[in-house]
Design a protein around this ligand. Structure first.
Ligand code: KIV
Ligand code: ZN
Length: 505
């Protein structure tokens, strides 16, 4: 049996049925082109009878896309099939996807019909579609809850009528993987002409089993899988394309492969998510923000020693540049060192310990430490010896209050303190520092910047001071901008000291 699994993408039909996810024709064409680059075999472009917009989209997608088969959905109704055929007139390879419900629920309560009459209608629809296109796919809606013996009769009849693909949807997402797999096996073994058609899976995710069911399907003989990007679709969604593709790639023992260019998965997922206004949950397999992110110290250390300790897929395979080591308060030194090395910063053990202590203090205040934050943390150490250190700072300020600052400095191990008032809290602090260091330093420039957005963010302060006709730059960062400002000022003063020392040598 052929070991190629065909990928039938229904993001633009079943996926697009989600309220709030509707796309206009231009957007659908954009998605279709990206799906073509991704390497899908079939694009289900819409349900043309359902609206003029759907009709137009199938027409435009047919014009814009070359390689994949373009498929249009219909009910087992002649008018639907006429309109679908019309919408496919520009398709290089067009397919009509027609069908009818086969479960007792659908036959009795939805269609008010009988099992035999359903078979007649199914045969008639396939034959009618065959007048327009060679490639006709038949779906047995709610096949998941249909009796297998009856389903086999339906499938045999539609293949005889000319169906090239037979779709076995678990429309309500009810099946267990073992039952769904057994259903496909039953059809493989009990439909005499099954070799003349491809069996397709179409699984919904109501119980979170869509992907497992699709895989059970292909393990038992199905060779087409109907999927959507990010698993979007009605209710809990459809089988996710990225999951099926990566399962087949990861489990080589299944000896099944698709034509998907996996490197495009991530960018296609992003495009669909943003155009459809449908955020991808952070822990979504393969494409979620956290799918390759490691945040606990033990995992980070393990991944850095060997990625495969905690990853079964190389993120590069799906177009993500690398696994991310998320720096949080639970990260260890190994993760910090790794991220610093990526930034080109190599620190000796002592400096790394210092940065790590500051990092933990910052990580306690800020959920996620970004590269900018690291540069700020390291920056302080890259600026030579720090003879003067801020030991204590207390500021009293507020409306109708004269700002007062008490500063304690550690100068080469000795403690000095001063209290001053000022025009504002920072002015009071600077005056207090100046009164301790006894240097005639004038502030030339003062810049406060937030590194990212958000009130929990680090404020970055640059200060430029003048001393003895020379300019010195100081730099500080803290979630508290007053502390950052005092540190920037002290940094500049330390540089004056370092410059004087260097001049003495
Ligand atoms: O879920 C389903 O049964 C469907 C069919 C129309 C193919 O989407
Ligand atoms: Zn469906």
């Amino acid at each position: 049996m052929d070991n190629r699994v065909y990928i039938f993408d229904t993001t633009l039909r079943d996926g697009e049925q989600v309220p709030g996810c509707q796309l206009n024709t231009i957007e659908k064409v954009e998605v279709a082109k990206v799906l073509e680059q991704l390497g899908v075999d079939v694009i289900e472009a819409g349900f043309p009878i359902s609206s003029p917009g759907d009709f137009k989209s199938v027409v435009e997608i047919s014009k814009a896309v070359t390689w994949p088969v373009i498929c249009a959905l219909t009910r087992a109704v002649e008018k639907d099939i006429d309109v679908a055929a019309e919408s496919l007139k520009y398709a290089k390879r067009g397919r009509i996807h027609t069908g009818i419900g086969t479960s007792p629920y659908h036959i009795q309560f939805k269609l008010n019909s009988t099992p035999d009459e359903i078979i007649e209608r199914a045969i008639a629809a396939v034959k009618y579609a065959k007048r327009y296109v060679e490639d006709v796919e038949f779906y047995a809606e709610d096949a998941g809850r249909s009796d297998n013996v009856y389903l086999a009769r339906v499938i045999e009849a539609v293949i005889k009528a000319g169906a090239t693909v037979v779709n076995i949807p678990d429309t309500t997402g009810y099946c267990l993987p073992s039952d769904y797999g057994a259903k496909i096996k039953f059809l493989m073994e009990n439909v005499s002409n099954i070799h003349k058609a491809v069996i397709s899976t179409h699984c919904h995710n109501d119980l979170g089993m869509a992907t497992a069911n699709s895989i059970a399907g292909v393990m038992n003989g199905a060779r087409q899988v109907e999927v959507t990007l990010n698993g979007i679709g009605e209710r809990a969604g459809n089988t996710a394309l990225e999951e099926v593709v990566m399962i087949l790639r990861s489990h080589k023992e299944l000896d099944l492969h698709t034509n998907i260019n996996a490197k495009n998965i991530y960018k296609t997922s992003r495009l669909v998510s943003s155009l459809m206004n449908m955020p991808v949950q952070a822990n979504k397999a393969i494409v979620g923000r956290n799918a390759f992110a490691h945040s606990s110290g033990i995992h980070q250390d393990g991944v850095l020693k060997n990625r495969e300790n905690y990853e079964i897929i190389d993120p590069v395979e799906v177009g993500i540049s690398e696994s991310s080591i998320v720096l949080t308060a639970r990260s260890g030194r190994a993760a910090l060192k790794h991220r610093l090395e990526i930034l080109g910063i190599k620190l000796d053990k002592e400096k790394l310990d210092e940065v790590y202590a500051d990092f933990l203090a910052l990580a306690d205040k800020k959920k996620d430490i970004k590269e900018d934050d690291l540069l700020v943390l390291v920056g302080e150490r890259g600026m030579g010896e720090r003879r003067i250190k801020l030991d204590f700072l207390q500021v009293v300020t507020g409306k109708n209050l004269v700002p007062m600052a008490t500063v304690k400095l550690d100068i080469a191990g000795e403690k000095f303190s001063a209290t001053e008032s000022g025009n504002g809290p920072i002015d009071a602090c600077i005056k207090a520092v100046k009164s301790i260091i006894h240097r005639k330093v004038t502030l030339q420039e003062f810049l406060i910047q937030a590194i990212n957005k958000g009130s929990d963010d680090v404020g970055k302060v640059h200060m430029q001071v003048e001393y003895n006709e020379s300019i010195y730059n100081g730099f500080g960062a803290n979630t508290d901008v007053i502390t950052a400002s005092v540190e920037a000022f002290i940094d500049a003063i330390n540089k004056i000291g370092n410059a004087e020392k260097a001049a003495e040598k």
